[in-house]
Design a protein around this ligand. Structure first.
Ligand SMILES: Cc1cc2nc3c(=O)[nH]c(=O)nc-3n(C[C@H](O)[C@H](O)[C@H](O)COP(=O)(O)OP(=O)(O)OC[C@H]3O[C@@H](n4cnc5c(N)ncnc54)[C@H](O)[C@@H]3O)c2cc1C
Length: 374
């Protein structure tokens, strides 16, 4: 069976769903997802935070350019709720805290606070351990399921076609068209968007396109009970300034992570007990948190380009091949801006003006920025 369309999007995570939704009003789009349902890889495993100070300067711009989308939500329901974010420092980390806080794309969003204020935000902090923090008041918890579902709903309403259990196994270019083979189904279009997450370089390989050098890295998360009588719901996210751990409240429980970055091949990521134990140990060093059991744990792959900034743009050497990969640990909080940017590039409409005003430049996201691909 052959389906002719304008754009084939490969991957139904937040990246693929977002760009498909943005394109659907302008182009005929087919969204191909290998799994039985979209969002079961990295998108379904995040810890759902929006912070405008996290990630590279370009990531921060994309996050800033995404904030209104989250606050507005759909049908009067916001996708974002107040959370706040604390970057923590012990005495030995103060210099690094101040160097981070002095960066021009960080400084306007944060205030430096001392131990008393830190403990007023979360009374479980152990006295004399964390002595200073940078407080990003306007950081948010996001409803990732709702954001992803809203993109898919908008996409379908605009006539977009979602095919699940449709893993693309072959991609060929001839006569100005890409042919994607997914099982017994074939799809033909002049443009293919590679939004395959951890499999981004695998998809490029199928197409005969030079890979970026994407590196999937496993990150582990554990969910534990709050101490009896403690309501953690208003605690900010707390992250070590050297990103050795973080923790945040989640539906009455507490999410802990050792902030691990274990290089992996693309796969359905799993947890290792040792990473869960490291998370508990590191968090217990800074807060008084008895842990009697781990209620649940999971892991996902955060996939980075070599400079830890996403790649979005047409490949110069392969006509009609569009990269939308390398979202690392920021793919949810950057999705609205990145999706709009990607759709505008696919439609050759130029940079959306609001993103240009934030200072975003197409060259910062282009695949050609890597020396091996110039
Ligand atoms: C523990 C953890 C915490 C995180 N916390 C945050 C956070 O707080 N804030 C934030 O912004 N980000 C966070 N992230 C990162 C964020 O989740 C990712 O950046 C984002 O989900 C990546 O989305 P994606 O669509 O690129 O990838 P995915 O969601 O993995 O989607 C890619 C899809 O492509 C499909 N696919 C692959 N190959 C093929 C093929 N050949 N044919 C068809 N389909 C294919 C896969 O099945 C998959 O569904 C976190 C990640 C982890 C693991």
């Amino acid at each position: 069976m052959l389906t002719e369309t304008d754009v084939i999007v490969i991957g139904g995570g937040i990246a693929g769903a977002g760009v498909a939704a943005e394109l659907a009003g302008e182009r005929r789009v087919v969204l191909l997802e290998a799994e039985e349902r979209p969002g079961m890889h990295t998108t379904g495993r995040s810890v759902s935070v929006h912070s405008e100070t996290y990630g590279s300067p370009c990531v921060r711009l994309l996050s800033r350019g995404s904030r209104d989308h989250f606050l507005e939500g759909v049908d009067g329901r916001s996708f974002a709720s107040d959370r706040g974010c604390l970057y923590l420092a012990t005495e030995a980390q103060i210099e690094r805290l101040d160097a981070f806080g002095g960066q021009p794309t960080v400084a306007p969003s944060i205030e430096r606070i001392g131990e008393a204020e830190i403990r007023s935000l979360n009374p479980l902090f152990r006295p004399g351990v964390v002595v200073a923090a940078l407080y990003e008041r306007h950081a948010y918890s996001l409803d990732v399921d709702a954001i992803h579902a809203a993109y898919l709903k908008r996409y379908r309403r605009a006539g977009g076609v979602l095919e699940c259990s449709a893993g693309v196994a072959k991609l060929e270019y001839s006569g100005g068209q890409w042919m994607a083979e997914a099982g017994s189904r074939n799809f033909r279009a002049p443009v293919v968007v590679n939004a395959a997450g951890a499999w981004g370089d695998v998809v490029a390989g199928m197409a005969g396109v030079q890979p970026i050098g994407l590196q999937p890295m496993r990150r582990t998360v554990a969910l534990v009970d709050a101490p009896t009588g403690v309501d953690p719901s208003r605690w900010p996210l707390a992250i070590d300034i050297d990103e050795q751990f973080y923790f945040k409240p989640d539906a009455g429980k507490i999410i802990l992570s050792p902030a691990d970055e274990t290089p992996m091949d693309p796969c359905d990521a799993w947890t290792e007990d040792v990473d869960v134990a490291i998370a508990v140990d590191r968090v217990q060093q800074v807060i008084d948190l008895p842990v009697h059991r781990v209620a649940h744990s999971w892991a996902g792959l955060r996939t980075f380009a070599p400079d830890r900034t996403p790649v979005a743009g047409f490949d110069r050497q392969a006509p009609g091949f569009f990269w939308l990969v390398g979202q690392g640990g920021y793919g949810i909080q950057t999705a609205p801006a990145l999706s709009r940017f990607a759709a505008a590039m696919v439609c050759e409409q130029g940079m959306p003006s609001d993103l240009a005003e934030f200072g975003l430049q197409a060259a910062d996201l282009a695949s050609e920025r890597f020396a091996c691909r110039e």
